[in-house]
Structures are given as C-alpha cells and as structure tokens.
Design a protein around this ligand. Structure first.
Ligand SMILES: [Zn+2]
Length: 603
C-alpha cells in the first residue's frame, strides 16, 4: 500500500480522507513565500561549505588597515599599513565600493558561522568608520565629502562626470554594509552611522531640482534607491521612503511600467539595482506599479536576453532581444549582474511562489556564482566567458583586483545557501538541493546529497507535528526516472519535472524522504540559432575543453547517445575532432574551454 495511510493528489487541490495522515499534490504555484533570515539556514559538509569557508578565510585575512587606508587618509588620520591595489587604489577617484560589500559579507558570514573573530574585526571597522564620520560631519567614504560636493557643484551635464563616474554607487555600498551589520549582527553603531550618512546625503539631494537629480541618476548609482527603502523598513521613518521614491530613474523605469522592452544598449549592472529599488518600493509602499514593472522586466530578460547559464549581458551591456549568437565573447555575464539578478529573483519568488523563479535560482547559482569562484584559492572572475572554444577564465588576486565583482562575490559566497528553503505559515519548501539544515516552527529539516552524480537527496525530519513539506522538482528532472520515497517506501506518484511536490502528513523524529532525479544530458540552443547549442547535465552547463570551435555530432533529441562518461561529472562527447571532454563550467579553473557549439546530425 502506498506509504501506509498516504493519499495521492495530483491536482494540487486538497481533500480529506478518513484516516489520511498524508497527501501528495503537485502544482507549479505556492502562496506567497517568506525567506529565512541569513543564518537560519546552516551548512552541512560539502562543496558549498568549503566555498563558504574559503571565503570566510579570505574575509579574515584581508588587512583592516589596508581596507581603511583611504578612509583614514580622507580624514587626515594616521594611515598604518599599505593601501589596497586594483580598483581600490588611492589613485582611483571612484574607490570605496569594496568595504561596504565587505561589511555585508562579514555580517552574512557571522550570522551563519557565529565567527567571533570576524565579528570583532568587522565591529572594529565600524568603530573606525564612526570616527571618520565624526570628522567629516556625517559623510563617510574612501574620499572626503569634497568629491561629492565638487560633483554636485560643478554639475552641468555629462562632462562633469569625467572624474567621478558613479557618485552614488559607493554611497549605496557603504549604507548597505552598515545596515547589514545592524540587521544581521546587531551592531547598533553601524545603524547610527548609516542613518547619519543617509541624512547627510539626503540633505544634499533635497537641494537638487528634479532635472538635476534625474541627470545624475543616469550614472551607475548602485542600489541607492534600495538603500533608502531598506532604511525606511528598518526605522519605520517615512522620510527615507520619500527619498527612495525621488531616486527612481524615470527614463529607465517609466517605459517598463508601460511594458516596453528598453533594455537594448543599457548597462546591465546599472539597471538591475534600479529594479531592486522598485522591488523594495513595492514591499514598503505596496505600490502595484513597482511590482508589475519588476515582473515584466524579469520576464523580458529571461525570455529574450538570457544565456543557458541565466546570465544575460555582453561586455556589461544588454544587446538586442533574441540576438545572443553575436554576443558570445570572453566578456559575457559580469559576475555583479548574476548577484543582482539572484537578489531580484528572490523578491519575485517571495511575492508569487511561482516555481520558475526557484528554477532560475538553481540555474544562476550553479552556472553563474559557482563558476566565478576559484575553489583552489577563493579568488573571483569579473566575466564568465561564453564562446565556441578558446576561452579561459581570468582570475583576480587577493589585494590587487578589488573589482566591483570582488565585492559582489564575497557577498555571494557568504549567502550561498540563502535560497535553499522558503516558508509559508503551513509549509516548508525545499528549493535548492544543497547539504544544509534549517529550523522552522519547532521542525528541523536537513538534507544531504548521497551521490552527487545522480542527485539522490536524503531529507531528514525532526518533528512531531503535521505540516506540508514541499519539494521543488527541477525542470531538468527525468519524468520517467525521478522518484520520491518516504521512510523507505517508494511513492507510486512520480515527481513531475518543473512542479512542486507536496507532502502533507504528521511527521515524526527520524522520518526520511529520499528524492532521486538522475541527471541526463540535454541540448540548449542559443535563442537565435537552433543549431548553436550548449549542453547541460542536470542543472549544470557543461564546458567543452577545446581551444577552437568543434562541432557536436549527434541528435538534439538523443544527445545522450553522443556522450560517454569517463569519471564523476566528466564526459567525452562525440565531435568533429573525434571526442571532446566536457565538465561543468563551474569546475573550470585554468582549462581552455567553450560553451556553445554547432550541432550537426551524426552520419
Ligand atoms: Zn562587477
């Protein structure tokens, strides 16, 4: 008998059954979801924990005097140590973005690991920023306030930005880092510094005409709009929400409200934070316009601009819709954009419960975030090359890079598991299959990957109550071969790929759910050429190790016939040069590779 007293339900609409203690339903929707706060989801041993720990080590090894060098210099304070290199060098007038990201990453890492050594280090940096802020009368940055005031005073048009190309960008990073230190580690001084800094900037903005503000907003400004809405959420003070509203960049946002695709030619990482600002605006004000335009732009990017990896830009810009073939190069998919794309996707997933956002979280994580992190040394890439062969990843160094993507990647590595689970009042959703554990409403759930190569996952429950455990069944799962079992008893109801699998029952300590989705190869054509394809294996985009373009020989429908496994996540694929080795793109370190290849029927 199926699962003892279990009852099947495949429409997603519940009904009662005498003696029923469980039912299963499948659908692609959930009610609106809530995220778990960073720190509530904990790592269990595995690749993700190793990546997190390597990042934690990097955060701890970075010298605080080096990170604070330009900040102290701006306030005429003693500057022990040596300054940062790369984009944070004292010679760069736009320096000052990394430390804010650094504080966010520390806050997230501390929340998960309770690393007191890192907490002491981050707290000391906040103390130092408070001192510098006192000297500057509210301003706190790697440059003195004169940089901002010069920009503001000299402003007449584009030429005035020749030196300071992104006046608000660094403001946002600092505010976000300070607010994260408050929200995730309880550092009240960090909030006080953030409020005083936000007030200083607000005082300047209040003097600007609308025309002047909109002109300045043309430049990359990070998520400054989001920061003011975040501050409104924290403090409950409406004046911050009002400034957030003023910071809407109308030239970019208004067409989206009219459902017009205006992406072509726009700098991706300048726009994504604007959409994040609108997402926060909806959450603070309830304005439907903001929600609808965010939903529209997400769909537009996904449907017409996204590569197989979930990334979407070429040399940092969006190009014409449905024309990706001509954009393949060594400078696709800036890592910052994947970070912001995942943040945006998370808001939408919470609002709608639509499973498509859960699928994207998996796709962009394993093919965007993991590939930009070097597991050997914890360093990062700026771009993720997507070509037809001959590409190499370009890794940065510990102290001489500090690109924008270093800031977003130290954060990404500290939030790797944040999207693993979501919750409603009655349900716990397992969204990502990562070795982790979470505590929810007196229930403890943990999952471990038994055999990574065929994605069989064991989910253990410690509970004594009735609730609904929901599993996201990936789109890539095989409808015929996927299985779910509870306490060793196989369910005859096979999971449907791309749907939620809902199990409601009275759970007891020691209950175990096993989910198995054997991975298989699939072909993903680029969006403007059905014969130029990437190969995927389960969720993983596969990279062909070749220094030149090769042609994959096989059939799109039966590509598995062209593949021979030679090791764990390691395959030979039949190509025009005999065979070509393929491994997941996240495992590429120094190898020369390509991702998209012509596909031709084998003779
Ligand atoms: Zn970047």
């Amino acid at each position: 008998m199926l699962l003892g007293l279990e009852m099947l339900l495949i429409t997603g609409v519940g009904f009662s059954l005498m003696n029923a203690t469980a039912f299963i339903g499948e659908s692609n929707t959930m009610p609106s979801l809530s995220r778990f706060k960073t720190g509530q989801i904990r790592f269990l041993p595995g690749y993700y924990q190793q990546a997190f720990d390597a990042n934690r080590k990097y955060l701890k090894e970075l010298d605080s005097d080096m990170l604070l060098y330009s900040y102290r210099f701006s306030a005429y304070l003693r500057t022990p140590g040596t300054p940062c290199g790369g984009w944070e060098t004292p010679l760069n007038p736009n320096k000052g973005s990394f430390l804010g990201h650094y504080l966010s990453a520390c806050a997230q890492t501390i929340a998960i690991s309770n690393d007191q050594e890192l907490k002491a280090k981050a707290d000391a940096i906040v103390d130092e920023l408070a001192k510098i802020q006192e000297i500057h009368g509210g301003w706190v940055q790697a440059t003195g306030p004169e940089r901002f005031l010069t920009m503001e005073g000299a402003f007449k048009g584009d030429d005035d930005f020749a030196v300071i190309t992104a006046p608000f960008y660094v403001v946002h990073k600092t505010l976000a880092g300070l607010m994260d230190m408050y929200e995730l580690t309880g550092n009240k001084k960090a909030l006080a510094v953030a409020i005083r800094f936000a007030d200083w900037v607000k005082t300047r903005i209040d003097t600007w005409s609308e025309e002047k503000l909109q002109k300045i907003l043309e430049r990359e400004h990070g998520g400054v709009e989001e920061s003011y809405f975040q501050l409104a959420q924290i403090t409950g003070d409406k004046k911050y929400g009002a400034i957030g509203t003023r910071l809407e960049h109308h030239a970019v946002i208004d067409p989206l409200a009219d459902r017009k695709d205006n992406l072509a030619g726009l700098h991706a990482n300048t726009q994504l934070p604007k959409y994040l600002g609108e997402a926060r605006r909806y959450e603070v004000t309830g304005e439907e316009r903001s929600r609808k335009l965010v939903e529209f732009v997400w769909d537009t990017i996904d449907k017409t601009h996204a590569y197989c990896t979930g990334g979407s830009n070429n040399k940092e810009f969006w190009r014409e819709p449905n024309a990706l073939k001509g954009t393949l190069c060594n400078e696709t998919q800036e890592s910052c954009t994947t970070y912001n794309w995942l943040k945006l996707t998370r808001h939408l997933f919470e609002w709608t419960g639509d499973i498509k956002y859960g699928h994207m979280m998996e796709r962009a994580l394993v093919n965007g975030i993991l590939p930009a992190d070097n597991p050997k040394n914890g360093m990062f890439t700026y771009f993720l090359p997507l070509t037809t062969g001959g590409s190499k990843k370009s890794w940065g160094t510990p102290t001489d890079s500090f690109w924008c993507c270093y800031g977003t990647m130290v954060e990404s590595l500290s939030t790797l598991v944040d999207n693993a689970y979501f919750q409603t009042k009655e349900s716990l959703l397992v969204n990502l299959y990562i070795p982790t554990e979470v505590t929810w409403n007196d229930v403890q759930v943990s999952q471990s990957t038994l055999t990574p190569d065929n994605a069989t996952i064991k989910i253990n429950v410690k509970a004594s109550k009735t609730f609904e455990l929901v599993l996201r069944i990936p789109e890539w799962a095989d409808a015929e071969k996927s299985r779910v079992s509870i306490n060793g008893a196989a369910s005859s109801q096979h999971p449907i790929p791309g749907q939620y699998y809902k199990i409601k029952r009275t759970w007891h300590d020691g209950d175990e759910v096993q989910v198995s989705f054997p991975m298989h190869f699939a072909v993903k054509p680029i969006n403007d050429d059905p014969d130029l394809v990437a190969l995927t294996y389960g969720p993983y985009v596969m990279a062909g190790l070749t220094d030149k373009e090769v042609t994959i020989l096989g059939s799109a429908k039966e590509i598995g016939k062209s593949v021979t496994q030679v090791g764990p996540m390691d395959f030979n694929v039949t190509t025009s040069v005999g065979t070509t080795r393929f491994i997941p793109i996240y495992r590429i370190i120094d190898e020369t590779y390509g991702v998209y290849f012509p596909l031709k029927a084998a003779k």
